[in-house]
Write a protein that binds this ligand. Structure first.
Ligand code: MYR
Length: 282
């Protein structure tokens, strides 16, 4: 039986104790303030990050993980594992997937698979949990990749709203036309991923209405008695996120509803006050 290690990057925002418990290896992306580079979730966690942003000064930038660190990690894993599957954030918003893929042909002592989640955050974590459960049940890398691709083809609904579209534009993850429409009409578009990239799903005027629209989309996608997992993700809006989570839980008693966070790298591009809702049925 092949032993398979599961790796994901930091933007899945899997809490450290869960990573330890499930044995998921994490490779951090970086946040850069001026001349200082921090590995998120290792050297800079969400609270410290939002505090630094709040103080003003240099606006943060981000960068993909060090390829050397990934190569060293694979080398170390090869002593214990035959294969590794890495789940990355969307290749449409970061070079992480391509860089990891370029290593796949070079590493010698371990078979390395890279899966492009085409999204990030809680849905990315969901792929990692599925992968680790399968690895524990004895599946090999190819079988895990097949299952992850099957889930991806069914789609994981994920919608989010930001307070200020300029962060996405400044980081090059939203084009100028989309920014101008948003700013001119003063709308809070509901955003989602399409073809690996972030695009407006619908133009809506207020954040409250945008959240209402996401509730409606959930209603169209799941039955009230269905068992599924929901994640309400926030950037420094824990109270609001908990309130939304409570409403969802009351409406769907069989759902498991979690409140998660947008950490430093994703927070750099979405900005404080962002909220996302995603749900996973498989
Ligand atoms: C890099 O520098 O390589 C990282 C770039 C990350 C861009 C993040 C853009 C926002 C993603 C929002 C995800 C919401 C998922 C529900």
């Amino acid at each position: 039986m092949n032993k398979v290690a599961i790796i994901t990057d930091s933007t899945a925002y899997i809490p450290e104790h869960v990573r330890k418990e499930k044995n998921i290896v994490m490779i951090p992306l970086n946040v850069i303030f001026g001349n200082e580079t921090y590995k998120e979730e290792v050297e800079l966690k969400k609270d410290g990050f939002y505090e630094m942003v709040g103080k003003g000064g240099n606006l943060p930038k981000t960068s993909q993980p060090s390829i050397g660190e990934l190569a060293d990690t694979l080398e170390a894993l090869s002593k214990e594992y035959d294969e590794a599957v890495m789940i990355t954030l969307s290749s449409g918003i970061s070079g992480t997937y391509q860089s990891a893929l370029s290593l796949a042909d070079m590493v010698e002592n371990i078979k390395f698979y890279v899966f492009d989640s085409e999204i990030s955050c809680a849905p990315q974590a969901h792929y990692a949990y599925t992968a680790v459960d399968m690895a524990n049940e004895g599946a090999d890398g190819a079988q895990i990749m097949e299952k992850l691709n099957e889930i991806k083809s069914q789609g994981i609904p994920a919608y989010f709203v930001v307070n200020d579209l300029n962060h996405l534009h400044r980081g090059g993850r939203m084009n100028t036309a989309q920014l101008l429409v948003g700013n001119l009409l003063q709308i809070k578009p509901v955003l989602h991923f399409q073809d690996k990239k972030i695009v407006p799903f619908e133009k809506i005027r207020t954040k409250k209405k945008a959240i209402g629209r996401i509730h409606q989309l959930m209603e169209q996608s799941v039955r009230p008695d269905e068992k599924f997992h929901v994640s309400v993700i926030h950037a420094q809006r824990e109270e609001e996120a908990r309130e939304i989570a409570g409403e969802i839980q009351a409406k769907y008693p069989n759902a498991s509803v979690a409140v998660d966070y947008f950490g430093p790298v994703i927070g750099t591009h979405l900005g404080e006050g962002s909220l996302g809702i995603t749900w996973m049925k498989n």
